[in-house]
Design a protein around this ligand. Structure first.
Ligand SMILES: Nc1ncnc2c1ncn2[C@@H]1O[C@H](COP(=O)(O)OP(=O)(O)O)[C@@H](O)[C@H]1O
Ligand SMILES: [Mg+2]
Length: 258
């Protein structure tokens, strides 16, 4: 059975190889069906997701938008394998991460998914070069090569003069660029970001989303962005609107040219 087999619905099936996977171009990179998730139990339970269906197409920038508390972070956390759904299925690059043994699931995420967190999550005791090298080191790339590849992508991000600096000495926009470089350096098929521009001023926010779009497109990856920042909506290929644990609507964006 190939490692790119799609829709592995049989939980007893032999899990696929956790190596990087790339299903055929017409298969969506993310396929969620009936995804439900509650937090807590009994009367205090919060139903965060109430049966979400969502496809993210290969190569697109899909923005997930909606009011605070509607379930956006919960949904991308399930897609990224950080949370497990109570019901429904979620396939990423053809793989249901719940069907993998836990080591293989960790390996699958490390190879195939890049995360950009709102708080950047850079490690202050490491240089920005070493911060960016982390996903490569996790994937077994020798340190000299990892540092070389980290420097190369930081050059692309316009940060080549800062590679030995500590993250704390950088501006918010520069730290965001380091976080983008770290999410992309190992060439994941899917990049997910939670509110990437909400802490940035207008000019920096627009620059960051352009950079992210360009960097992801160049590497043939797919980008899923959670945002309530209307300033960046024009950069979406498609926009999925959420409310109260549901996807209300998915429509084409303008996908403004870079
Ligand atoms: N770890 C958690 N424990 C309890 N409730 C949570 C937790 N995470 C999220 N929730 C609740 O689930 C709902 C959806 O949250 P979230 O996915 O963070 O929404 P959004 O990202 O759209 O603001 C909210 O009511 C939130 O309070
Ligand atoms: Mg959120």
């Amino acid at each position: 059975m190939s490692s790119t087999t799609i829709f592995r619905s049989d939980p007893l099936a032999v899990p696929p190889s956790p190596a990087s996977v790339s299903p055929s171009p017409d298969v969506p990179v993310v396929v969620c069906r009936g995804v439900a998730k509650a937090f807590g139990e009994g009367e205090s339970a919060v139903q965060a997701l109430r049966g979400v269906d969502l496809d993210v197409r290969r190569g697109e920038l899909l923005m997930l938008v909606g009011p605070s508390g509607c379930g956006k972070t919960t949904l991308i956390s399930i897609i990224a394998g950080i949370l497990t759904p109570d019901a429904g299925t979620c396939h990423v690059l053809g793989v249901d991460q719940r069907c993998l043994p836990s080591d293989a699931a960790v390996d699958f995420r490390a190879k195939n998914i890049g995360f950009i967190f709102q708080a950047y999550n850079l490690i202050p005791s490491l240089s920005i070069q070493d911060n960016v090298a982390i996903p490569l080191l996790i994937n077994g790339v020798p340190r000299p090569e990892a540092r070389e590849r980290a420097s190369a992508i930081l050059r692309d991000m316009g940060l080549d003069d800062r590679i030995h600096a500590s993250p704390e000495t950088l501006s918010g926009g520069q730290q965001q660029r380091v976080a983008i470089a770290r999410a992309l350096v190992h060439k994941p098929g899917l990049v997910v970001c939670d509110e990437p521009t909400s802490a940035l001023d207008h000019v920096t926010g627009e620059r960051v989303i352009r950079l992210m779009r360009e960097a992801v497109h160049e590497r043939g990856a797919t980008l899923l962005v959670v945002t309530h920042d209307a300033r960046i909506f024009p950069f979406a290929d498609r926009i999925a609107t959420m409310d109260d644990g549901h996807i209300l609507d998915v429509h084409d964006g303008t996908g403004e040219a870079i």
